[in-house]
Every structure is written in structure tokens, then in C-alpha cells.
Write a protein that binds this ligand. Structure first.
Ligand SMILES: [Mn+2]
Length: 343
């Protein structure tokens, strides 16, 4: 029986507009793929590269989406730029659109429709960027050897509900029952392994990108780096349980780790303790960087952190009710903790 794979519902852009972009590739000279730094970002760039034979790939974080990046891309004189898994601003794509045809495939919340002139924007909600790219590009090129990676990206972004038939079919090929959960078999091994390898190679993510091929297996050269990060994560979680202080019902802890796992650890802890406010510090030079999390929103993190650093020199804090961040000089730690007792 032929499985009918779920179809995206684009809130911006159309398949016709996508096809016009593809038709324009007849005049291609230089194609660049630009994507995000996580598993969905890497996987969507892989799918684009497999479909279009791109000339260069960039994996970037949001703080790298700047005018400096526009300049760097311009230097390469691309005829086409394909952006996946990054919620880019109109201003940014307009600058790229001045020297290249731009295609943006994304699933983040839309703030504005980017479609205009040389910019094509396709956005659908509830499906990861890799699934959207695969769904669009499979009409251009046979991408059947990449379906396993598409499934991994859906798992990594926790976006499997709306692509159930697709997921069930991929798990079945592996002899796995999708309804037994996503944390099984080579899919989960790949998701955690590649995620950890991306953390290990945070300063050279293309090492990870190049290692991933259309063969469904954890790349051999990434196994050890991924293991080192996994060990760091597990040790850090154990240390949290041992070292955390309880100050007025809140958890207070100074984070230390070998690799860049702070936001990953914070996310794990906020799910483990959804009803406890968590104040996590990380020392960088003469400053403490603080993050406050309160998953159940019983306390306003934006207000709390602002009050905790109020009046400190060279200090700042802000954010939202469930999550906020800030920084203050290390010599204010005593005062910071004292304030925490009374707030
Ligand atoms: Mn994504």
C-alpha cells in the first residue's frame, strides 16, 4: 500500500512561487545554502544540498544573522541563496535579494510575509524545516535516501504529530513501532549523537555537516566527540543535584561544564522541575551571567532578575515571565544571594 505523506499547509508562499524559483536555477552560477546550527538546521541544509548541488553551506546562529554575514555572502557573488530553519527578518532578506535570488523555507512563527521581488518565502507551521524542504524538493530530485534524516529532524524539533504517517513509515522500515516512542533505535541514536557533536564542534560545525552522509548511521568520526559531550551533560546534571542550594524555595546553582551545554541543561532541568524557580549562574571573566526559569509561570522571571541586579554597576537583566537573563559583576554575588533570600 502506498503511504500518503502529510502535506504542509503554507501560511506564506505557494508551490507555484517555489517552482518559479526552481525554474530560475537554469541561470545558476553559484548557489549558497544558509541554515541553522541545530539538527533540523543541518538536516534541512543537507536536503537542499542533495537536491540542488549547492556550492557552499553556512550554518549560523541567530546572533550571526547580521550585516557582516550579508557582506560575506555578497563576496561570494551567489546567483541563488536558499535559507532554511531560520526565522529571518525582512530587512535581512531584502539585502540579500539585492544581489541574489533568495528562497526561504521555514517553520518559525511568521512576523511578516517576506515574499517580494527576488525573495520567495514558504512557511508552514507544525512541521520542521527539513520536512518542508524534503516535501518541496522531492519533486525536483529523488531524495528517498534522505528520509531517515528527515525523520531525525522531526524528532529533534519535537514535531512528529503532524507528520505521523511519514514517521510510522520510516520507523516501520527499521522494524520499529513508532507508537512505542521516538527515543528508540538508530533515529534516537542519530538525534542525540548529532546534537552532541554539534555542541562539541560549536566553533567548526561544518565538521559535523560534512560527516553526515545519506547512509543511515552515526558517522564514525563523530562517535567519540558525541560521547564526550554526553558524559559532560550527565556529569553536569549529577552536579546540579549535589550542588544546588535552596534559597527561599528556589533552586540556586552555579553552572560549570566543559562544553557549551548551558541552554540544553537549563531546558532539561526546567522540565524536570516545572514548578520550581531556577536561578542559574555562569561565571565569565569578571561577570556572572544569570538565567531565571519558571516553567509554570508562578513567578515573573523578568521582574525577579531586574530586582535582583537593580543598582549594581554594569549590570542588566530582562526577558519574559517564564525565562529571563542578565549579568552582574562577580563581587556582587553576596548581595545578589542576600536579595534572593528576601524577595
Ligand atoms: Mn527547526
Amino acid at each position: 500500500m502506498r503511504v500518503v505523506m502529510e502535506q504542509p499547509h503554507f501560511v506564506c508562499g505557494t508551490v507555484e512561487r517555489f517552482s518559479a524559483f526552481i525554474a530560475s536555477l537554469k541561470k545558476r552560477t553559484n548557489v549558497i545554502a544558509l541554515s541553522h546550527t541545530d539538527v533540523d538546521g543541518l538536516a534541512s541544509a543537507k536536503v537542499v544540498a542533495a537536491a540542488l548541488k549547492v556550492d557552499n553551506v553556512y550554518l549560523v546562529d541567530y546572533d550571526e544573522v547580521t550585516d557582516a554575514l550579508v557582506e560575506k555572502l555578497k563576496q561570494e557573488a551567489p546567483s541563488h541563496i536558499v535559507i532554511t530553519d531560520i526565522g529571518v527578518k525582512k530587512e535581512f532578506v531584502e539585502k540579500l535579494g539585492a544581489f541574489a535570488r533568495v528562497l526561504v523555507i521555514d517553520h518559525h512563527q511568521v512576523s511578516e510575509d517576506l515574499n517580494a521581488g527576488s525573495v520567495t518565502f514558504l512557511n508552514a507551521q507544525g512541521m520542521c524545516a527539513t520536512y518542508l524542504a524534503w516535501w518541496l524538493f522531492k519533486k525536483v530530485k529523488d531524495l528517498s535516501s534522505w528520509k531517515w534524516l528527515v525523520a531525525c529532524a522531526c524528532i529533534a524539533d519535537v514535531m512528529t504529530d503532524e507528520v505521523r504517517a511519514f514517521m510510522i513509515a520510516q520507523f516501520k522500515k527499521e522494524g520499529l513501532d513508532f507508537d512505542a516512542g521516538v527515543k528508540q533505535g538508530r533515529f534516537w541514536e542519530l538525534v542525540t549523537g548529532v546534537n552532541n557533536a554539534l555542541i562539541y564542534y560549536a566553533d567548526d560545525r561544518m565538521q559535523v555537516y560534512r560527516a553526515v552522509t545519506s547512509t543511515f548511521m552515526m558517522p564514525v568520526q563523530l562517535i567519540e566527540p558525541a560521547r564526550l559531550v554526553e558524559t559532560d551533560i550527565q556529569n553536569t546534571l549529577l552536579r546540579f543535584e549535589k550542588e544546588k542550594e535552596i534559597i527561599k524555595g528556589r533552586f540556586f546553582w552555579e553552572f560549570k561544564a566543559t562544553y557549551k551545554i548551558k541552554s540544553f541543561i537549563s531546558t532539561i532541568l526546567s522540565f524536570r522541575y516545572p514548578t520550581t524557580t531556577m536561578i542559574v549562574l555562569k561565571r565569565e571573566g569578571d561577570f556572572y551571567f544569570v538565567s531565571g526559569r519558571c516553567q509554570d509561570r508562578h513567578e515573573d522571571m523578568n521582574m525577579l532578575l531586574k530586582t535582583l541586579v537593580q543598582g549594581f554597576p554594569n549590570a542588566d537583566a530582562g526577558g519574559h515571565i517564564p525565562a529571563a537573563g542578565g549579568h552582574f559583576p562577580v563581587d556582587k554575588l553576596g548581595e545578589f544571594k542576600k536579595r534572593l533570600e528576601f524577595l
